[in-house]
Design a binder for this molecule. Sequence first.
Ligand SMILES: C[S@@+](CC[C@H](N)C(=O)[O-])C[C@H]1O[C@@H](n2cnc3c(N)ncnc32)[C@H](O)[C@@H]1O
Length: 390
Amino acid sequence: MTPAARTQAAIELLDEVIAAARGGGAAADTLIARYFATRRYAGSKDRRAVRELVYAAIRRAGEIPASGRAAMLAVAADDAELAARFDGSTHGPAPIDPDEAPASGGVMPAWLAEALSASGIAADQQAALIDRAPLDVRVNRLLADPQALADQLGGTPIPGLPDALRLPAGTNLDPLAGQVEVQDAGSQIVSRAARAAPGQSVIDLCAGGGGKTLALAAAMANDGRILATDIDRARLSRLIPRATKAGVTIVEPRLLDPQREDEALADWQDTADCVLIDAPCSGTGTWRRNPEARWRLTPDRLRRVAEQQRHVLSVGAPLVRPGGALVYIVCSLLDAEGRDQVDAFLADHPDWTAEPLDLPAGTRHGHGLRLDPASHGTDGFFVARLIRPC
Ligand SMILES: C[S@@+](CC[C@H](N)C(=O)[O-])C[C@H]1O[C@@H](n2cnc3c(N)ncnc32)[C@H](O)[C@@H]1O
């Protein structure tokens, strides 16, 4: 593809990303994969170049742009070489009309910037939320040695996380399936709040595809029991194949019916050493990977996820054994989803206590810890560890 054709492809893809953001459609990564699945003529260099253009334009526009072309024009405004590709060539974009308005820039919608400021996230921390994320992996000690893989892949260790490596962008991980899991350093750090150890009984209540489940299993040296539950059949179905590849045998998946979770979990009441709740959330902490997610979030959607968070906390609490722990995690930096949820839980459960956390990184915030890209070089997270009375 010519540089102009790559630019036009990025504009078409951005139109799809914008429509999906407005209509609740698929994520940008999925749309890019689908786009190229039907365009076999595009080689790997073309795909990489188009993807980079798409993400550069998404990062640039704080508010949802009017069109893919307007979003790309905003990038071209500071890039003469890119602007020159609007040349009207056969597969390229039409020349720029002097009256054409590029999309306006910015980091995020104003209401979100206000909500983050009110949650103690300063402007420089907000800007870092849409930086590019590094490639972090967790080495699976059941199958591989972190030092040997660091030597083989040219990775660098991450302080405080003996199983983590930061790898050069674009490292091909396909030959290492099962030996490494792509997992942000922040996600690895907050998983350690569970203090999972061999022989324990642990519930991963919102297990999804099992990213944290596998980290828990590794911390338990594949010894003990993990009940991994979710209400999303498709996500949960990815867990066991992943666990099998990773040599993990202690996970029992269980699909839950929304609003009828208690019935399905009756056999685990009062038994778990730890219930990990990696709650559904707005994902403000993961915009580095899904920058278009900031176009999708609305005050109404935020209210709905906060309601889901209250619900999963109420499902998880009765499963903890006396003296056991409930670990609450969100990959969001909004207090409505993190600090305030934990404050409300403790107000409703006055005999429970928040246990101070000693994790490799994090800043104390309310009854928990917070991580953010600018301060800690990780995705954004809030985590708290709550202890049931004996
Ligand atoms: C942040 S994601 C979990 C990610 C996962 N723990 C990981 O590390 O890959 C939140 C998950 O909560 C699930 N969820 C939402 N409501 C739930 C409920 N009532 N009970 C259990 N899981 C729920 C969602 O389906 C989603 O998979």
